[in-house]
Design a protein around this ligand. Structure first.
Ligand SMILES: Cc1ncc(COP(=O)(O)O)c(C=O)c1O
Length: 388
């Protein structure tokens, strides 16, 4: 059974933001660190690359991806930036990047800055929440695409609204004419994933969220046709073949992006194994039980707020959002004061975001193996008291 070091005096309902890493996985990471510090030069020059290849192979198998197209990045934000940086030199003024109102803010920012560098623009598609069906998303994205569209950036599991999007359907419609970058930050470990059947040009996601690896482990998968012109957001030795340890030019762009602590990415196989061993039914049972708990938790909170479920159950993974009533004295901060009160007064960690724009806001719960149903009852009690 996996165990976590989480503070038992706190109700942790925000696995979604930064994950939480089991103790056994942290032990494996610590062992890598000890080996690294016993002889940093030997570790970086001799031991690092073979360990990285093992990690890449294990992750590729888990994702249903080819290892040749898979590289590690420190986080999904870096993955998105790397794709945009690599594409923008080929884009002409007037080209458009399509995002949505549910795109993660950091990644939307990256698209806006990228578009300003090549003289293009960002098209922001409005996707409603509450939502009735995934087909609304497909229809709205479809109608935003024009001959100027150079890239469509889609979230697989949206951050503010916690919805699983029909990305495979959209990729099938758009690719190969229009490259799709999927920001799957939450997807691996939360929903069943087979990257080869999705077939997007670019797919980036975190291991430190639902795979429960140490923080600083994420990946980018790139379709074969784009690999020759890919580079990491930080240009390093791989640019002139100065990192000969890698098995391809594409890998070399990402395998070394300057000295850092590589132990998080090296501990990804341990996270995959420790979590798989946590339940007799392995990853499938983890995904199913988290999903069931998220739905049960959402219903408890929705009852307390007297709300109907804002999305079909099939669009939920292990995070679920609910719109909150807007208070009369609402401000315009991205992090709502209610989130601070839940943190300080109730010892509950749960995100409350301004969305789509302040003062409108949503609350988003998470369900991970360390949660239990009483966590959501406690949140419901706090919300009843706070919101009256
Ligand atoms: C959809 C989405 N994309 C990107 C990120 C950014 O992840 P990171 O901070 O690990 O880059 C998040 C974080 O929650 C997210 O929800």
């Amino acid at each position: 059974m996996a165990t976590w070091m989480l503070d038992p005096g706190v109700v942790h309902l925000n696995h979604g933001s930064f994950g939480a890493c089991p103790t056994d996985v942290l032990d494996v990471q610590a062992q890598f660190r000890i080996e690294m510090e016993r002889n940093p030069v030997a570790f970086m020059l001799h031991d690092y690359q073979p360990a990285l290849e093992q990690s890449r192979e294990a992750l590729a198998e888990f994702l249903g991806a080819d290892a040749a197209g898979l590289v590690f990045v420190p986080n999904a934000t870096y993955g998105v930036n790397s794709v945009l940086r690599s594409l923008e030199t080929q884009l002409s003024p007037g080209a458009e990047i399509v995002v949505t109102n549910q795109t993660y803010n950091a990644c939307r920012n990256a698209a806006i800055v990228s578009a300003s560098r090549f003289g293009g623009s960002v098209i922001d598609v409005d996707i409603p929440f509450p939502i009735e069906s995934p087909s609304v998303i497909v229809d709205r994205i479809r109608s935003a695409v024009t001959e100027r569209t150079a890239l469509v950036m889609l979230d697989h599991v949206t951050s503010p609204t916690g919805l699983v999007w029909p990305v495979a359907e959209l990729v099938a419609e758009l690719e190969p004419d229009i490259p799709v970058l999927i920001d799957g930050a939450h997807a691996p470990g939360m929903i069943e994933l087979d990257l080869s059947s999705i077939g997007a040009s670019f797919y980036t996601a975190n291991c430190h969220k639902w795979i429960c690896s140490p923080k600083g482990a994420a990946f980018l998968h790139v379709a074969e046709r784009h690999r020759p012109h890919m580079h990491a957001a930080a240009i390093s030795h791989g640019h002139n073949d100065g990192w000969p340890a890698s098995s391809s030019r594409f890998h070399a762009q990402f395998d070394w992006t300057g000295t850092d602590d590589p132990t998080a990415r090296l501990a990804v196989p341990a996270a995959l194994e420790v979590m798989a061993a946590h339940r007799p039914g392995g990853w499938e049972e983890i995904r199913r039980s988290n999903h069931e708990l998220a739905l049960a938790g959402r219903d408890i909170v929705a009852d307390a707020l007297q709300l109907a479920a804002p999305a079909p159950d099939a669009m939920i993974g292990s995070i679920a959002a609910l719109p909150l009533p807007v208070p009369e004295d609402a401000g315009d901060s991205i992090f709502d004061p209610l989130m601070e009160r839940l943190h300080h007064e109730w010892k509950i960690e749960v995100p409350v975001f301004a969305w789509p724009t302040a003062p409108e806001r949503v609350i988003r719960i998470s369900a991970q193996q360390y949660n239990e149903i009483d966590d959501y009852h406690r949140l419901a009690e706090a919300l009843r008291a706070e919101l009256g």
